[in-house]
Design a protein around this ligand. Structure first.
Ligand SMILES: C[S@@+](CC[C@H](N)C(=O)[O-])C[C@H]1O[C@@H](n2cnc3c(N)ncnc32)[C@H](O)[C@@H]1O
Length: 432
């Protein structure tokens, strides 16, 4: 176990490709201590660092290209920084996944795909007790079977047992159906633990998951998924235009209670000022409608735009907030609303330019990209609880208690339903 934080010995982790820190945050909430985080882009790293200002003395943040980093160099720099040799319990990481994404071109030759193997090179060189590899479900597609088999062979050759699973973030309180492909590897555990899963997607690709060596009894799932309305209602309207960072409502329900923060200030919540034409177009979308569902005169070529449902979790958040129209207002969602949908608390602030477009997007990592690229912290926390179990450690039960509260919220929700019966008829007129 690693560095002492307020007299509690916590297990340590390194986050490779850390981005804005969604995955790290989940591990920190489950009482892990991050000792090193690496990313080659300065903007997500600024977000990572400034949200952990209190951990400065315990955390080494490397703004470097992982391809040029050697495992022993990382360990030496950690030892130098903390003036003692640290055992690394866990390495976590989600290498960039654009090559496998279910959206976009799915290019087998995408050079970014090689970064997957950079992750396993560092597992070989650092030899943590456990690793957690996160990626998009696209990696399970038939055309990537060779890549996947090479990954599994690599893991076995490094002396790790492994299990893998497709987890839906919505099962652990995230107001979003966002599936993630997770591999957990361990040097010494007989069984690999995963959180309980609600439903497995029926798919030929998943048939080859061998669940014999996998256990699913650490974290329960949410029986009724958190909806967009439950996640966003308290920040739909601003208090007043002069001070748009104030909350306009007290939290309503357990999700908002958990995610509002005490300071009564809302960052990253600037709404886009749409033209009248755009607002008229948005007003044609009923909940769940895509571009093809609205009258032809209003359509544009942007086929990925959709209005969210109020009473369902959202679809997978991407790094384009232009594609997500608010469930009841004629505007796209803000960065803070995206962050809520990813299960970031309101206290977590995003830095860098809010959005970038066109050719600059390839080089940038603006706030919208940082949020869209993240692993939802609640999903990461569910995985972290399983890793604790595999390390033989107890739990602070934070996540289990939260899920229990969510599972008891039906009675309260009936009251809400009566009070605010949101349907398509509640959509705001276009000039609002
Ligand atoms: C999918 S995001 C990671 C998200 C993160 N796990 C989270 O939960 O917030 C991938 C990150 O890898 C970083 N990255 C891409 N190539 C890299 C490289 N060669 N070296 C270091 N970081 C790299 C990107 O800047 C990006 O922030």
């Amino acid at each position: 176990m690693g560095i002492n934080d307020s007299n509690i010995e916590k297990p340590t982790f390194i986050d490779l490709f850390c981005g804005a820190g969604g995955m790290s945050l989940g591990f920190e909430e489950a009482e892990f201590q991050g000792v090193c985080a690496v990313d080659f882009h300065p903007d997500p790293l600024k977000t990572y660092e400034l949200n952990r200002a209190n951990l400065k003395k315990k955390l080494l943040i490397l703004n470097e290209d992982i391809r040029a980093l050697k495992g022993d160099a990382i360990l030496m720099r950690i030892a130098k920084r903390f003036k003692r040799k640290e055992n690394i319990d866990v390495i976590i990481g989600g290498p960039p996944c654009q090559g496998f994404s279910l959206r976009g071109k799915r290019n087998k030759q995408d050079p970014r795909n090689n970064l997957l193997f950079e992750f396993f090179r560092l597992i070989e060189e650092i030899k943590p007790e456990i690793f957690v590899f996160e990626n998009v479900p696209g990696l399970l597609m038939k055309k990537y079977n060779d890549t996947l088999n090479t990954i599994f062979k690599t893991i076995t050759s490094l002396g790790y047992r492994y299990g893998f699973e497709l987890l839906n973030s919505a099962d652990y309180g995230v107001p979003q159906n966002r599936e993630r492909f997770i591999i957990i590897g361990s040097k010494s555990c007989e069984k690999i633990y995963f959180p309980k899963i609600h439903q497995t997607r029926k798919s030929d690709i998943l048939n080859f998951i061998n669940r014999e060596n996998q256990k699913y009894d650490v974290v329960p799932y949410v029986k009724r998924k958190v909806t967009a309305f439950e996640a966003l209602d308290d920040i739909a309207y601003k208090n007043n235009e002069e001070n748009p960072t104030l909350y306009s409502k007290t939290p309503n329900g357990p999700f908002q209670e958990n995610f509002q923060w005490k300071k009564n200030r809302l960052y990253n919540h600037v709404t886009t000022r749409h033209s009248l034409t755009t607002r008229k177009r948005f007003s044609q979308f009923k909940q769940g409608h895509s571009m093809e569902d609205i009258p032809e005169d209003y359509r544009t070529k942007r086929s990925s735009v959709q209005r969210m449902y109020a009473r369902k979790p959202t679809r997978t958040i991407t790094s384009c907030n232009e594609d997500f129209i608010h469930y009841s207002l004629n505007r796209i969602i803000t960065i803070r609303e995206m962050a809520r949908i990813q299960s970031y608390p309101d206290s977590y602030v995003f830095y860098g330019t809010p959005t970038t477009g066109g050719s600059r997007r390839r080089l940038s990592c603006c706030q919208v990209q940082q949020v869209g690229n993240s692993v939802p912290p609640l999903l990461a926390q569910a995985i972290a609880e399983c890793v604790r179990k595999m390390l033989g450690l107890g739990s602070n039960n934070k996540l289990k208690n939260f899920i229990d509260i969510l599972n008891n919220r039906d009675i309260n929700n009936q009251i809400n339903k009566r009070r605010v019966n949101l349907g398509n008829k509640d959509l705001q007129p276009f000039n609002n």
